[in-house]
Design a protein around this ligand. Structure first.
Ligand SMILES: Cc1cc2nc3c(=O)[nH]c(=O)nc-3n(C[C@H](O)[C@H](O)[C@H](O)COP(=O)(O)OP(=O)(O)OC[C@H]3O[C@@H](n4cnc5c(N)ncnc54)[C@H](O)[C@@H]3O)c2cc1C
Length: 499
């Protein structure tokens, strides 16, 4: 292998958790490669990855009911839940490697233990939750999950939610202590600080304007320095488009065939936040409910304990909404600008199919704060408007593409698009999102660096011991990894309720 092949030039667009994760993994696997990062804002982790722009749930399918659909025969399909749980285990392992090898410092600055719970009301939902619990309990991935329909037990688990509840409807919950709250904003900043120390070139206030193939088949990236408006050109062998909501327009600029027939639909979000210590101390869990009929999966209501900058708070939401912007700091022209001759029919088909989603979003936009608190009262019957503030969350750009389910199908997951020659990769979509960033990057390595993956494998296994192994099928390894990652990340997985 000659020197030029050895030392690839890599450009990461966007300083969110995805570019941070890719950069941190590449620095371990190919330390001599040159990496440049271009970020249009003045700091890292300021869009969706910012702690107040997302819910900070370490998604491991411990509480999210939409990952365990009920089948026509009443049985519960746990395939998606198991896959997401396995993906989160990869993140835990990589983060532990970074801590153990002093790449990043105090893990409690970005990850904390918090029980994950699912809570339902009504006979049908209670039956569903019980079936789900039975199905998940058979897998070692969900070991330790408890189920209860006993109101006294629920009062012990979630006193704030049970206080002042007058409804006589049946209720049930599951609880598992191995859940986490993750401050993805802090993690992103820690990773970029580490990368800067490793000679990664960070360019803040630099907006990427265009990406074109050069005659030597590298990519020419046109960048505007926003401090002086000067245009610069940078070449790379590999470009990662980690622009969050801004990824789709950049992907379209590459002109690669894989970028065609893809559209994006932005969904904005709001949370209610409570910082009153007296109220905050009465709740210690992330409690996920069931999405309302017609509501998209990302709008499942949940009441979360958050740990941000050493302070505990409560977060409730998200309330969805519509804004044509692809980023919180984006432009009102983003949606219109993303409609191209190659995706216009895909977009129109989605528009016609998703009337109920449009209706739902319009209803959500029109909610007053009093109405939002009424929804909160389904979780906390005693909630008062004065104790809660509204925070505007990040934008989620849901991918629209043509699938075997038809033209213009709305996707709610995370999508990776790569060029055939592996020289460009883009990450679109937002769910499960940041929690599964490590899995997404491993997928990018397989697709974009197939010639390197063999040589990298020993190092990948050092960073992620379960790489290539199903933990569900290897309970002893799962136990070992769970114990070692809990120790490295200082997770207190048996923390008592109510502190
Ligand atoms: C309301 C909400 C709740 C969520 N809850 C969770 C959760 O509980 N758990 C979870 O795991 N995930 C959650 N997510 C998803 C998670 O936040 C995202 O998956 C993740 O942050 C995406 O990271 P990213 O690096 O791709 O994007 P971002 O963090 O948005 O970063 C992209 C960066 O690219 C920059 N950029 C864009 N265009 C350009 C350009 N042209 N030139 C230069 N820079 C550019 C932007 O300024 C930004 O800094 C949630 C998201 C939202 C919106």
């Amino acid at each position: 292998m000659d020197n030029q092949q050895k030392n690839k030039n890599v450009i990461l667009i966007g300083a969110g958790v995805m570019s941070a994760t890719l950069g941190a993994m590449l620095k371990e696997l190919a330390p001599s490669w040159n990496i440049k990062v271009f970020e249009k804002l003045e700091k890292a982790g300021a869009e969706s990855s910012n702690e107040w722009n997302n819910a900070g749930t370490g998604h491991a399918a411990l509480c999210e009911l939409n990952y365990t659909p009920e089948q026509a025969d009443g049985s519960i399909d746990i395939k998606k839940a198991s896959s997401i749980n396995e993906q989160f285990q990869l993140s835990r392992q990589f983060w532990s490697f970074l801590v153990n090898h002093k790449r990043i410092a105090n893990p409690q600055d970005f990850i904390m233990s918090i029980p994950h719970m699912s809570l339902v009301q009504g006979e049908d939902n209670v039956r569903f939750l019980n079936n789900r619990f039975e199905a998940l309990s058979k897998s070692p991935l969900f070991k330790g999950m408890e189920y209860s329909a006993d109101l006294e037990k629920l009062k012990e688990w979630i006193p704030l939610i049970m206080e002042g509840r007058t409804s006589t409807e049946a209720m049930a919950a599951t609880k598992i202590d191995t859940g986490t709250d993750v401050n993805f904003g802090a993690l992103t900043e820690m990773l970029f600080t580490h990368l800067e120390e490793q000679q990664v070139e960070m360019n803040y206030n630099h907006a990427v304007k265009d990406i074109k193939r050069s005659s030597d088949s590298t990519w020419e990236v046109k960048v505007q320095d926003l401090e002086n408006n000067k245009i610069e050109y940078h070449n790379a062998d590999f470009v990662f488009i980690g622009g969050g909501g801004g990824s789709l327009p950049l992907l379209q600029k590459t002109g690669i065939p894989e970028s065609k027939h893809i559209g994006g639909f932005p969904v904005s979000g709001l949370f209610l936040v409570c910082n009153d210590p007296e109220i905050v101390e009465q709740h210690h869990a992330k409690v996920y409910g069931k999405a309302k009929v017609g509501a998209p999966p990302m709008s499942v209501p949940h009441l979360d304990t958050r740990f941000i900058d050493g302070k505990k708070s409560l977060l409730f939401g998200p309330f969805a909404g519509f804004s044509p912007k692809f980023l919180k700091t984006g432009s009102n022209m983003d949606l219109l600008g993303s409609v191209k001759p190659n995706n216009v029919f895909t977009m129109l088909a989605a528009g016609a199919k998703e009337m109920s989603l449009t209706k739902y979003l319009v209803q959500q936009v029109l909610l007053s704060n009093e109405k939002r608190v009424e929804e909160l009262r389904e979780f906390i019957p005693t909630a008062k408007l004065a104790d809660w503030d509204v925070v505007v969350a990040g934008q989620r750009v849901q991918v629209i593409k043509d699938t075997d389910k038809g033209k213009g199908t709305l996707q709610f997951g995370t999508e990776i698009v790569t060029s055939r020659d592996g020289s460009v990769a883009a990450l679109l979509g937002a769910s499960p999102g940041a929690s599964t960033a490590v899995h997404a990057m491993l997928e990018i390595f397989q697709r974009c660096f197939p010639d390197h993956v063999g040589e990298w494998e020993p190092k990948i296994k050092e960073m992620i011991p379960s790489y290539g192994i199903s933990l569900a099928e290897n309970p002893e390894l799962l136990q070992e990894i769970h114990t070692s990652t809990a120790k490295a990340l200082q997770l207190d997985e048996k923390s008592p309720i109510g502190i």
